[in-house]
Unconditional design. Structure first.
Length: 102
């Protein structure tokens, strides 16, 4: 059973730039009826997902001082059980990808 996702509200923590996804993510989303917007909202509001405390602190620092921002979300009961969302340091693009596509 998947955990309910809280819908963040308020101002985004950082600019996302263009939002793109790999073919693998697109196929996974369609196949399993997932909505990428729920993960994008979490990422943009500082819910970094399933990361270590150190990685979360690195993201918080990147928001303030610039740097790449990385989130990881576990997708239970799926062949690819993890989704990555990465915003580039220059905030030009945010990419959805699977670890196997990195």
């Amino acid at each position: 059973m998947q955990n309910a996702v809280k819908k963040p509200v308020g101002v985004l923590k950082f600019k996302l730039g263009a939002v793109v996804m790999t073919r693998g993510v697109s196929e996974l989303m369609k196949e399993h009826g997932l909505e990428p917007i729920q993960y994008l909202r979490r990422h943009a509001h500082g819910d970094w997902g399933d990361l270590s405390d150190q990685d979360k602190a690195t993201n918080e620092d990147a928001v303030i001082h610039g740097g790449r921002i990385f989130s990881a979300y576990n997708l239970s009961d799926m062949p690819e059980s993890r989704l990555w969302v990465i915003t580039e340091a220059d905030r030009s693009v945010t990419t959805f990808l699977l670890p196997s596509e990195y």
